[in-house]
Design a protein. Structure first.
Length: 268
């Protein structure tokens, strides 16, 4: 297990460096309310991993329930032993986790289904992505909403390494390769921290992603083909220095930039 290093917890560092589940659940809720005028009750988090989003969803309201779906038992076990116990019992009872394939039939239904952290990029074939979206459409309640994040830009079409310093560790995002013929790209996450002896140590390849870089238009077209009646794009704004500001607004025209993050949202 990659996590078996004294004093090192790759899932904890991943959450601190990559995830913002508190922000994600509010965006999901507010977008659902904006589009439907109703309050969502049930969230299904596909590719949930340690299901941090599912746990945060339960915090939003006493009437909210969440369902996590993931095929990998290791992150699920981590979530069951680290994330879920942090919730009061009343909240834990409203979080249900299933070890299952998101392509499997008869998965639990929900008001909102989300696929976050670009996890759906694991599907490289168009027919597989279409089958996934059709599965989601079938599982959404009437008037349901599908939320998928995506990223891209010229900077994602070449090998590069980006380091981000945190208080007690360094997060390293490496794009190893990009194939322009297939839009396939290989990414790896590394960390640096200080060991028990105070020396800096590097933890290589803690997470590896072999993805296809899907475009926004491809995802919107597939949503339309699988029955979604409307699709929308929520684009991230920028700060004065050109960095992403974490604020997403519904747009029909995106700005040209080296790297971008957006949400594609479908209405059933």
């Amino acid at each position: 297990m990659k996590n078996a290093v004294p004093g090192f917890d790759r899932y904890d560092l991943y959450r601190r460096a990559v995830q913002s589940p508190e922000v994600d659940v509010r965006f999901i809720r507010d977008t659902y309310v904006e589009l439907t005028g109703r309050d969502p009750k049930v969230l299904r988090e596909d590719f949930c991993g340690t299901f941090a989003i599912s746990c945060e969803w339960a915090k939003l309201s006493k009437s909210y329930k969440s369902i996590g779906i993931d095929l990998d038992p290791e992150p699920i076990l981590y979530g069951l032993t680290h994330n879920l116990p942090q919730l009061p019992r009343s909240m834990r009872e409203r979080v249900t986790i299933h070890q299952a394939n998101v392509l499997a039939p008869d998965l639990p239904t929900a008001d909102v289904i989300c696929a976050m952290n670009f996890s759906h990029y694991i599907f490289k074939q168009r027919n597989t992505m279409k089958a996934y979206l059709l599965n989601c459409y079938s599982a959404l309640n009437v008037g349901g909403v599908m939320v998928m994040d995506c990223f891209g830009g010229p900077a994602c079409q070449q090998a590069n390494v980006e380091q981000t310093e945190h208080r007690d560790f360094t997060y390293i995002w490496e794009q190893v390769s990009f194939n322009p013929l297939t839009n396939e790209a290989l990414f790896q996450i590394h960390f640096k921290d200080k060991g028990p002896n105070g020396r800096t140590r590097k933890h290589n390849n803690m997470f590896t992603y072999d993805w296809r870089m899907w475009s926004i238009q491809e995802l919107r077209e597939l949503m339309q083909e699988t029955g979604f009646r409307k699709t929308h794009v929520y684009w991230e704004g920028t700060t004065r220095n050109g960095e992403g500001d974490g604020i997403f607004s519904r747009v029909e025209v995106g700005e040209e930039c080296e790297a971008w993050v957006a949400y594609v949202v479908g209405e059933k």
